[in-house]
Write a protein that binds this ligand. Structure first.
Ligand SMILES: Cc1cc2nc3c(=O)[nH]c(=O)nc-3n(C[C@H](O)[C@H](O)[C@H](O)COP(=O)(O)OP(=O)(O)OC[C@H]3O[C@@H](n4cnc5c(N)ncnc54)[C@H](O)[C@@H]3O)c2cc1C
Length: 306
């Protein structure tokens, strides 16, 4: 980019977020000889679990091993990883961006937001302790691990019925606890799948030896269970997209399939743009965005006003 800038103060590409998506983009761009700086605040969503599933080649890997391996691969091609939180990204008149963390400022030719999301958990005793262990978010990741087990499904109405239906592929023991009312067709379909419906609210998760023992309800029921699947609201982890480009009401960047946002030179990938994406989708997003960012940087050298 600019030889006039001090080393360490510029990058061809600044990637904000060093989870699966950000590191995947970094791998391509570092291999494309770009000066890449990855900023990471160290709160990857996958850290909630002990083992990763549904990621070909990494089945049963721990999140720490998976991310350490991915970091080593990108650093091996020259990417720099800074364990810093980016507090603001300022577009410059020349088309580049000033990327500020608390400690550093970096001028980048392009920015990729890979900032992930937050699962907004309800305040229910026992839930935080069991999150990622016996409280699961998606049957795709852990349905196999709880096959034939007794499952409670709870959470926001929009996703409950779908989650319960999906789980019947793994176990015949699915119980939905909710005060939400479903339409008659949904109720009929869930009954045909032998899903039990309880008109109540979950009040507490009971632990024994740090595992789930039972689910308690507002009306005083106690149901023994092996696992809970919870449908939670999801919101963008970072405010950055909302300051830079079009976002949804929950703060997710609105993008094309290639990750391009409403602002030139700015891309968003992984859960920062696709809340239901898995690790495989995050990795694919990074691999897809890399060539586009590279192409953009070449075009900018040909015509800085482009
Ligand atoms: C309980 C649970 C279990 C799951 N199990 C699986 C599974 O088995 N298999 C699977 O495929 N998927 C699983 N997932 C989904 C998986 O975690 C996500 O698909 C994946 O983490 C998305 O990757 P990402 O890179 O987009 O975001 P993340 O991995 O969340 O990475 C985002 C990174 O950006 C950083 N960041 C955010 N803002 C800033 C900032 N301003 N400055 C610097 N850094 C910043 C964060 O600290 C974080 O490190 C699971 C999710 C949950 C909640």
């Amino acid at each position: 980019m600019s030889a006039a800038l001090e080393p360490g103060t510029w990058a061809d590409v600044a990637i904000v977020g060093g989870g699966a998506a950000g590191l995947s983009a970094a791998l391509f761009l570092a291999r494309a000889q770009r000066r890449v700086v990855v900023f990471d605040a160290g709160r990857p969503r996958i850290a909630a679990v002990t083992h990763i599933h549904e990621l070909l080649g990494s089945e049963n890997t721990t999140p720490d091993d998976f991310l350490a391996h991915a970091r080593n691969e990108t650093v091996g091609y020259g990417a720099e990883i800074r364990n810093e939180e980016v507090v603001s990204v300022e577009p410059r008149p020349d088309g580049r961006f000033d990327v500020h963390s608390v400690d550093t400022s970096t001028t980048a030719g392009a920015v990729v937001l890979a900032t992930g999301l937050v699962d907004v958990l309800p305040d229910i005793p026992g839930l935080t302790e069991l999150w990622g262990r016996d409280v699961h978010v998606c049957p795709c990741f852990s349905g196999h691990e709880v096959r034939n087990a007794h499952i409670i499904v709870m959470g926001i109405a929009e996703q409950l019925a779908q989650s319960a239906k999906f789980l019947t592929a793994w176990t015949p023991h699915v119980t939905v606890i909710t005060r939400s009312k479903f339409d008659a067709t949904t109720v009929r379909r869930l009954h045909r799948l032998d899903v039990t419906m309880i008109d109540d609210d979950v009040s507490e998760l009971e632990l024994a030896d740090q595992r789930l023992a039972a689910v308690h309800t507002e009306t005083g029921r106690r149901l023994e269970a092996d696992a809970v699947f919870i449908a939670t609201p999801l919101r963008a982890r970072s405010h950055l997209a909302a300051t830079l480009c079009d976002v949804t009401t929950d703060g997710f960047a609105v993008t094309d399939i290639d990750g391009s946002t409403s602002r030139r030179g700015l891309w968003a990938i992984g859960n920062a743009r696709d809340p239901i994406g898995h690790l495989a989708h995050a990795v694919a997003d990074g691999a897809r965005v890399g060539p586009w960012v590279n192409d953009y940087l070449i075009d900018r050298t040909l015509d800085p006003t482009s």
